[in-house]
Design a protein around this ligand. Structure first.
Ligand SMILES: [Zn+2]
Length: 185
């Protein structure tokens, strides 16, 4: 190979790499969109679920009665459960994760990944189910997310998730309820 040919070959490598990556990224995002659109295929037959557009507003004392002390602390006082305490972190069956406060479907099992953090982690969500806000409780800014229907706190979004979204929805397991697609949860 002459010098010119070598230069051409060297230039071609990163370019080919970039376009392959862009292609994989695009394909990955299309798969994520499909997961978001087809989330109902993970619901157990005959399961009725509420919509994010039917708000559930209760007084603090009502929430205290409705939730366990641990769920109340996380969802209504923005607490964080201890890592590794939720059995849902290891849940691997097909199904849907709904809000403990109001039953709104939030994630499917296909959106979950093992982050190794000890909290149930998801790389995307069922569309339109969360509101977000920046908080500074740990000095540095974090994006907090809440259930759109009942305004219950669920967790924080970090940018160290897997491709293609690169996001990690770090969710308190105590704020979730799992409905297995087949059989009892
Ligand atoms: Zn909710």
């Amino acid at each position: 190979m002459d010098r010119r040919g070598l230069l051409k070959a060297l230039l071609a490598v990163p370019l080919a790499g970039t376009s392959w990556l862009a292609h994989a990224q695009k394909k990955g995002m299309a798969m994520v969109e499909e997961l978001q659109q087809n989330w109902k295929t993970f619901l157990a037959a005959g399961t009725a679920t509420p919509s994010a557009d039917e708000p559930l507003k209760l007084a603090k004392e009502e929430w205290r009665k409705r939730l366990s002390p641990a769920a109340f602390h996380v969802m209504r006082e923005e607490g964080t459960e201890r890592a590794g305490t939720s059995p849902l972190d290891a849940e691997k069956r097909a199904g849907v994760f709904v809000c403990k406060g109001c039953d709104l479907p939030l994630f499917t099992s296909a959106m979950k990944f093992d982050s190794g953090t000890g909290w149930p982690s998801f790389f995307t969500t069922i569309p339109g189910v969360f509101t977000t806000k920046t908080d500074y409780y740990l000095i540095y800014p974090r994006t907090e997310y809440r259930c759109k229907r009942c305004d219950g706190h669920h967790g924080h979004i970090f940018k160290d998730g897997p491709p293609p979204t690169g996001l990690r929805y770090c969710n308190n397991g105590v704020a979730l309820k799992f409905i297995a697609k087949e059989g009892k949860a």
